[in-house]
Design a protein around this ligand. Structure first.
Ligand code: GAR
Length: 187
């Protein structure tokens, strides 16, 4: 049996997907770092409470290139093999993506290739789609366009608002992300 894969999770907000990843860590992967571009991200407090190593730095003032350099060094020092974006709302530069080519994954709240970018639930409802859902994909230079590793569908109900739909999709995300990550690091 191989050692667990070493995962760094990048968050910008509450980090519920990070929590789902942490709660499902084990023989397949372990979380070696929770990092954020927002020192006030609520998910960081959860990570600290749960004994996970954390790193927080705002790019404001130092610029994106310097921020990513520090991030890159911090992740490497922690032994990171794979990066999981979990509500990380900042675009990574092409240079950063190239340094970690094929080793960054992301969870996105739509059935890609539909609804890349923001406001996915409102757009799915406006289009009268019957199904929404979430996708885990490999991060490339192009937004939300890398290889899709796994998806989970969620039915859109007649009375759904973007918020009610988001809540059910988020629950699906928490199931999908750990399962897909386990398969991905094994392949
Ligand atoms: C999740 O719904 C995730 O899919 C979405 O942000 C939310 C973060 O929630 N990500 C994106 O929209 C990325 N483009 P969390 O902080 O509770 O995991």
């Amino acid at each position: 049996m191989n050692a667990p894969a070493k995962i760094a999770v990048l968050i910008s907000g509450r980090g519920s997907n990070m929590q789902a990843l942490a709660q499902n860590a084990g023989d397949d992967y372990e979380i070696v770092m929770v990092a954020s571009d927002r020192p006030s991200a609520p998910g960081l407090a959860w990570a600290i409470e749960h004994g996970l190593p954390t790193f927080a730095l705002s790019p404001k003032g130092i610029g994106k290139a310097a921020f990513e350099d520090v991030l890159d060094h911090t992740l490497r020092d922690a032994g990171t093999q794979w990066i999981a974006l979990a509500g990380y709302m900042r675009l990574l530069s092409n240079a950063f993506v190239a340094r970690w080519r094929g080793r960054i994954v992301n969870i996105h709240p739509s059935l890609l290739p539909k609804y890349k970018g923001l406001d996915t639930h409102a757009r799915a409802i406006a289009a009268r789609d019957l199904m929404a859902g979430c996708s885990v994909h490999v991060v490339t230079e192009e937004l939300d366009a890398g290889e899709v590793l796994g998806q989970q569908e969620v039915a859109i109900l007649p009375d759904d608002t973007p918020d009610t739909l988001a809540e059910r999709v988020l629950a699906a995300e928490h199931q999908l992300y750990p399962a897909v990550l386990k398969e991905f690091v094994r392949r």
